[in-house]
Ligand binder design. Structure first.
Ligand code: SF4
Ligand code: SF4
Length: 747
């Protein structure tokens, strides 16, 4: 192994280390008689504490990261309550943590991003759901579906069905959401089923208020320990032959018990409306969008009171057949509003109506799209189709049209929808080619960007290589100007995903993984497997120090806070920070291992080339080290501000392009993609090509200079030091220099 140091651009003392959640933590402390104001996901967190949760775990991911981030930072308060908080290594370990509720009367909650997280957790979830739970087990999943989602579009619902877990889908109203957390634990205990609470992106971020209650210290906790373990009970294992009994228990006892609890406690909401011959059954999470679309149609007032009766399914599984049948019976038609595919709820309702010979017409996916987010516009279109089909007289212009707001609303909604279609068509007709896409990209100064520059240069020399990409910020390397990455099979899965390609390819293959992915899954799924099978491949691990893409959470390989807090002198003498990744790889038997600072593009290019051309037959790992710039800036900005406030000297590095030298070729931009390296009009009236320019956001990461050197670009880049609060001799020197430059300028 070779290792160069220092690799970690740490900055000196008195530093703010991370995003502070102190305001949120104060909200968690609210008690009876006080009002909580804030976001949905924080309300859920407060609901957990009001429910006497004993342990909380999870793996961060949008849109539920906030829950775990706040809990982790609130550890001192959690200790006061006796609540254990665990930042789990991945979703599987979070799901397995719920095993505490199998034997013990402990209420536990875990959280992650679905569907990707639920996929990872599914083994433990099956083994949890089979024996069932004694203490309430709640899984808060961020249903990352629809516009703004960042994962595969699948439904968590499938997991609830296959493993027989309750699925709560609360109406996005803070009071309802908190109530469903509290009921979720009780429902889980009443039915012995773990309960999933799914929250769509908008529900997590919906703002509102609710009357808080006192937090409950759990009866068994880190402050009130159990004396003895539970007695041995084979039935609590997910092992044959008891698994056969578990299957019977699910259908014969647990689901009926859950249904009784749901009915007894009115978890689903029945909202009346004057058109009693119509009905809408909606997933709780879609209620707000549904009401807004009803308003568009004049079928709901400004306060959300609907003219069509609505059954709000705050529990999407199990359904209560009698409740659904009663709601549907005697109506002309019912519309099921269920987002995503397949339409599990609609199919179940169709079956239960058919079995009871209830002749109500059932609509759903015949009028609403099978996939995609149900926005207000989409729902309005479906609702219009429903009303036209079941009560055509409500629509103006048709025979027997009624009077009043509904008719006017339906008419104007039709015009609104038609107008939207026309506007889109008109815009499309005016465009002779598609608008340029604006994908997300690396932050300014990101340490991962230079590696992709080096990869481009390396492939110029050895030819194109198969690149197995992964989940994480480095996935931005799949966009222009890099376009690197043939597949993404899951978080930490890159090395494993090239195992079938490597043996079929003349040239070595390459896998890219972040340190987050490495610890999440890549170490075992990829590295261990590759070593065991003697695979000949190249792995690049981005060691930026955090799980950056999920919000810069700490990892086992994050430099300790002692390092981050070091004073200037100590930091500058620092040569190593955290080498847990390197020592783990060595311990596992990786023989070819290099650690390279990411901003050294030429060194990175030559190391990559070496990995692809060496005679060494086996796994070659390059640890690409460079601290996440987002986290670095969060740390150094307040520190620099404090220095400036004290009138102290601060030097800021900035790169620039000499516009007289730039030839307008833009190779630098194609090799960098940094948003602050951009274009401006050529100041030379004889040249038409715009020149490159560095705008104000440049953080002086050095990539521009490093690329210019590694790729032997034109010599137009310069490095400048901007000195704030300069010393007297620096002012003098600057004055002399300016005078000299002025004197040398032509008159
Ligand atoms: S968050 Fe960090 S690692 Fe991710 S793109 Fe930004 S600087 Fe790069
Ligand atoms: S030095 Fe270049 S790559 Fe780095 S932040 Fe500045 S413009 Fe961007």
């Amino acid at each position: 192994m070779t290792a160069e140091g220092p690799h970690w651009p740490v900055e000196p003392g008195g530093l703010r280390l991370e995003v502070s959640f102190s305001k949120e933590i104060e909200s968690l402390r609210l008690g009876a008689g006080q009002t909580f104001h804030g976001e949905g996901i924080l309300a859920i967190t407060k609901g957990l504490l009001q429910s006497g949760v004993a342990y909380v775990g999870g793996y961060q991911g949008a849109p539920v990261s906030h829950l775990l981030d706040v809990m982790v930072q609130a550890k001192p308060y959690m200790d006061e309550l006796g609540v254990h908080v665990e930042a789990c290594a991945n979703e599987a370990s979070a799901a397995a943590m719920l095993g505490a509720s199998i034997h013990y009367p402990l209420r536990g909650a875990v959280t992650w991003k679905s569907i990707v997280g639920t996929n990872v957790a599914s083994d433990a979830l099956s083994n949890l759901a089979s024996p069932g739970v004694k203490g309430g087990a709640l899984i808060v999943v961020g249903e990352d579906y629809g516009e703004g989602a960042s994962v595969i579009q699948e439904r968590t619902h499938a997991y609830a069905l296959k493993s027989t877990m309750c699925l709560l889908d609360p109406r996005p109203d803070l009071g309802v959401m908190v109530k469903m957390v509290e009921h979720g634990f009780r429902l889980s205990e009443a039915s012995n089923m773990p309960a999933i609470l799914e929250l769509r992106i908008r529900a997590c971020h919906v703002r509102g208020s609710f009357e808080a209650k006192d937090n409950l210290a759990p009866p068994v906790s880190t402050r009130a320990l159990m004396e003895n373990p539970a007695g041995f009970d084979y039935a609590k294992l997910a092992h044959p032959p008891v698994t056969f009994r578990h299957e019977k228990l699910k259908s014969e006892e647990r689901i009926p018990a859950a249904r009784k609890y749901i009915l007894d406690n009115a978890l689903n909401e029945l909202l009346p409306g004057r058109h009693e011959d119509l009905g809408i059954i909606v997933q709780g999470g879609l209620y707000n969008a549904l009401v807004r679309s009803l308003q568009q149609l004049g079928l709901a007032d400004a306060f959300g009171a609907s003219e069509i009766p609505i059954l709000v399914l705050n529990v999407a599984f199990p359904l209560v057949p009698e409740q659904v049948a009663q709601f549907c019976a005697g109506k002309r038609g019912v519309l099921v509003v269920e987002e995503g595919q397949p339409e599990y709820i609609e199919q179940e309702i169709a079956t239960l109506l058919r079995r009871r010979d209830i002749q109500t017409r059932l609509h759903g996916k015949d009028l609403l799209p099978l996939g995609g987010e149900y926005t207000v516009e989409v729902l309005a279109q479906g609702l219009l189709g429903f009303v036209e089909s079941v009560r055509p007289e409500l629509v103006e212009g048709l025979a027997g049209a009624s009077t009043g707001s509904a008719r006017t609303g339906l008419s104007s909604a039709k015009a609104w929808l038609a107008g939207n279609r026309e506007r889109r068509a008109a815009v499309a007709a005016q465009l002779d080619k598609p608008l340029p896409i604006r994908p997300p990209g690396f932050c300014v100064g990101c340490p991962e960007r230079p590696v992709f520059s080096a990869m481009k240069l390396m492939q110029q020399e050895i030819g194109p290589v198969h690149v197995a990409a992964d989940i994480g910020c480095h996935a931005f390397g799949t966009f222009e100007p890099f376009s690197q990455g043939h597949s993404i099979l899951g978080y930490g899965m890159s090395l494993a995903s090239r195992a079938g390609v490597s043996p079929m390819m003349q040239r070595r293959t390459m896998a890219i993984m972040g340190d987050g992915g490495f610890w999440h899954n890549g170490l075992l799924t990829g590295v261990q497997s590759a070593l065991f099978n003697g695979d000949d491949a190249v792995l690049v691990i981005f060691k930026n120090g955090y799980s950056s893409a999920t919000g810069t959470q700490d990892l086992i390989s994050t430099p300790g806070s002692a390092v981050k807090e070091m004073t200037a002198d100590k930091v500058q003498s620092l040569t190593h920070t955290n080498t847990t990744i390197e020592s783990t790889l060595q311990g596992l038997g990786v023989k070819w291992l290099r650690t390279v600072h990411t901003y050294h593009v030429d060194k990175m290019r030559s190391t990559l080339k070496e990995a692809f051309t060496t005679d060494f037959d086996g796994l070659k790992v390059i640890v690409a080290e460079g601290e996440c710039q987002l986290e670095r800036q969060r740390r150094i900005k307040p520190w620099i501000a404090s220095l400036l406030q004290k009138g102290q000297r601060v030097v800021r590095v900035k790169y620039g392009v000499d516009e007289d030298v730039c030839n307008g070729d833009h190779a630098c931009i194609r090799l960098s993609g940094c948003p602050t390296l951009t274009l401006k009009d050529n100041p030379d009236p004889l040249k038409v090509d715009p020149v490159a320019t560095v705008i104000d956001g440049c953080v002086g990461c050095g990539l521009c200079g490093s690329n210019a050197h590694a790729a032997t670009l034109c010599p137009s880049f310069y490095r400048a030091e901007v000195i704030q609060n300069p010393k007297w001799h620096e002012r003098l020197l600057a004055g002399v220099r300016s005078a000299l430059v002025r004197a040398l300028q032509p008159a």
